[in-house]
Design a protein around this ligand. Structure first.
Ligand SMILES: Cc1cc2nc3c(=O)[nH]c(=O)nc-3n(C[C@H](O)[C@H](O)[C@H](O)COP(=O)(O)O)c2cc1C
Length: 365
């Protein structure tokens, strides 16, 4: 059977050799003092260059954006030089890579913020257990960003985008989902501001739109993607409510104005939870396909056949896999041969050095 997954596709200015995308995956291997990407990370990404497109792990745009240990940054010249090793290695191996720009907002800890509370739209504690390498600390009540702080966040994303291009990335993906800063602005559960960044849909989308404007001033819009996980539910301190779908529809409509490369959509990971949640969408792609003017990358709990079925049904243009890429550096070749996949080792998701990072076996020729 010839697979649509293995055929080329164009996402904005990005010409992909196949439709098998590597989803962004935080691996906490960036153990340098200045959040500088390492040669080991370059090895890891180059091994996965068979992907039509790699989306990098979440990359923090400033020290304030940080929420986890050993995540890379993109604000300093040293970080740009570190990323250059990665992009050169991926390009030399025939692949393409975009940088996922990330701000964790209130999903952070004082230990990452010089002892100060993390920042958020409003001073509302997400009441979540954070992940750290040794412990599961509780979140704290964040500090509400001032208008001036918000201008700083926008400037940080602008600098991140410019640095990503200087580092040789093929584009960027704005991480506007999963309960992190942009999502915190979108949801009235975490955003109770009374200024122009809170209240109406337009106001809650304002930081995102200002950020798109800012990044579009330093790079071509057809190299910018964004990520939404509308059905993130009872996770990271947010849940689906009756405003969720209308809010995300507004976000997609505003993004349509920019002529972006793609919209990266995550499907609900728990069908049962969705069935139990009023106002929830069972199929995110089916809902947003007619509303989005950009190509769509579909993600979330998909295997080869489910991904192929979504392409065949016209629900998306490419399919992103997360855990499958962790365990299978030659995922595209395995799909081509319909070969079995390596099982993923969760214990080495976020720690283990080279183990669980560079030692998953590839198929023999
Ligand atoms: C170890 C791990 C790290 C992740 N890191 C990120 C990240 O940095 N940014 C992001 O948007 N999603 C992240 N995700 C979510 C994945 O991109 C993806 O949406 C999720 O794994 C579902 O896809 P899958 O079922 O194919 O694994 C992460 C997931 C895992 C398992």
């Amino acid at each position: 059977m010839s697979l649509q997954l293995l055929t080329p596709v164009r996402l904005g200015a990005l010409q992909l050799a196949n439709r098998v995308v590597m989803a962004p995956l935080t691996r906490c291997r960036c153990d340098t003092p200045g959040f500088v990407p390492t040669p080991m990370m370059a090895e890891y990404y180059a091994l996965r260059a068979g992907a039509g497109l790699i989306v990098s792990e979440g990359t923090i745009v400033s020290p304030q954006a940080r929420g986890y240990p050993y995540t890379p940054g993109i604000w300093s010249a040293e970080q740009v030089a570190g990323w250059r090793l990665v992009t050169d290695a991926v390009h030399a191996a025939g692949g393409q890579i975009v940088c996922q720009l990330w701000h964790c907002g209130r999903l952070s800890l004082p230990e990452y913020q010089d002892g100060q509370p993390p920042v958020a739209p409003s001073a509302i504690n997400p009441q979540w257990k954070m992940f750290s390498l040794t412990d599961q600390p509780d979140t704290v009540t964040p500090r509400a960003l001032s208008r001036e702080d918000i201008r700083g966040v926008v400037a940080d994303f602008r600098r991140g985008a410019a640095n990503a291009m200087a580092a040789g990335f093929d584009g960027i993906e704005i991480h506007s989902s999963n309960g992190y800063l942009f999502h915190q602005f979108f949801s009235a559960q975490s955003n109770q501001r009374s200024d122009e960044y809170g209240g109406s849909h337009a106001n809650r989308a304002r930081l995102f739109v200002e950020t798109l404007d800012a990044v579009a001033s330093v790079m071509p819009t057809e190299r910018i993607g964004f990520r939404l996980n509308p059905m993130l539910n009872r996770h990271h301190g947010l849940h689906v409510d009756e405003d969720t779908v209308p809010m995300w529809e507004h976000v997609v409509a505003r993004a349509n104005e920019f002529g972006l490369a793609y919209l990266h959509l995550t499907e609900p990971l728990s069908p049962k939870q969705i069935a139990d949640t009023p106002g929830a969408l069972a199929d995110v792609g089916a809902h947003f396909r007619p509303l989005a003017k950009t190509p769509i990358i579909s993600n979330g709990g998909l295997d080869r056949d489910k991904g192929e079925a979504r392409l065949q049904a016209g629900l998306c243009d490419a399919v992103a896999y997360g855990q499958a890429w962790i365990a299978n550096p030659d995922l595209v070749e395995r799909f081509r041969r319909n070969a079995p996949l390596n099982a993923v080792d969760r214990d080495t998701f976020y720690q283990g050095g080279r183990q669980g990072y560079l030692d998953y076996p590839t198929l023999s020729a």
